[in-house]
Write a protein that binds this ligand. Structure first.
Ligand code: PXL
Length: 268
């Protein structure tokens, strides 16, 4: 049995966050364990505005202790953290033991959060969690924020963003062009540190865009699938390829609800 662990937020509609991570782990045949960092409940009475409650850092530490005492975990995904205090708690937990892989989905500002509060959180994430990651999966917006590039309009821009984020310490960066990237294709670029210390290895992954609407949970599913594949022993490149194929299938089979966005189906 392979085990994959996730530290992330709960999203009450089941379309993002730890619910998606655990479903993805199951889809890929790994046993999932999770630690909840915060609780997000969109408000259907207020246009699905963001309601956010952080979990007490001591309770995050308790969950981490229980999960890691129950199994020998060496591959972890980190999703939404949400506050500087949560980031401190998660950084302390992550540095308490060695990991084979730390996959970071660098969830930055979430709809409805105060930009001022989010800036502290973004800076803390960059300073304290990013250097612990081995694989980082920024979307278009996050890649701009982390790399400092103003726009990502070409594949070369995606590669340059990945190279800049690599400089913060991770071994690999998978930059997701996503729906905002120009053109008919959903393009992801994997930039990996070269084992020999030379130029980074670059792999461009392409699939036709499916529709023009954002689908909830695609980023969570992608990072969780990479995590599950790494837990099974796959290489980073193979894990990213499997994750992209799985997300593509999951978007094709997306699930509609009363929410503003459809969500990925982790059963396709
Ligand atoms: O999709 C990013 C995301 C991750 N985790 C949680 C979320 C969201 C977006 O809403 O709520 C808990």
């Amino acid at each position: 049995m392979h085990f994959a662990y996730v530290i992330a937020g709960s999203e009450a509609t089941g379309g993002a966050g730890i619910q998606v991570d655990l479903k993805t782990f199951q889809q890929l045949g790994v046993y999932g364990l999770g630690t909840i960092t915060c609780i997000v409940s969109f408000d259907p009475k207020a246009d699905w505005a963001h309601r956010f409650v952080p979990v007490d850092p001591a309770v995050i530490a308790d969950q981490f202790e229980a999960a890691n005492a129950s199994q020998d975990l060496d591959v972890v995904k980190v999703g939404m953290l949400g506050t500087p205090a949560t980031i401190d708690a998660v950084a302390a937990a992550l540095t308490s033991k060695p990991w084979r892989h730390v996959v970071l989905d660098p969830v930055l500002i979430c709809k409805g959060q105060e930009p001022g509060a989010a800036l502290n959180t973004d800076n803390a994430l960059k300073a304290k969690i990013l250097p612990l990651a081995t694989v980082v999966t920024p979307n278009n917006f996050e890649a701009k924020a982390l790399s400092g590039l103003a726009s990502l309009d070409t594949v070369d821009d995606l590669v340059e963003a990945g190279r800049r984020i690599l400089a913060f310490g991770p071994a690999a960066v998978a930059v997701k062009g996503g729906i905002d990237f120009p053109g008919p294709d959903a393009i992801d670029v994997l930039v990996e540190r070269s084992p020999g210390g030379g130029e980074p290895l670059v792999e461009v992954l392409t699939a036709p865009k499916i529709g023009r609407e954002r689908v909830s949970g695609a980023g969570c599913t992608f990072a969780a699938a990479i995590t599950a594949e790494l837990a099974k022993g796959a290489s980073v490149l193979s894990a990213v390829r499997t994750a992209k194929a799985l997300v593509t299938r999951g978007i094709e089979a997306r699930v509609a609800g009363h929410t503003p966005f459809d969500t990925v189906w982790q059963g396709a």
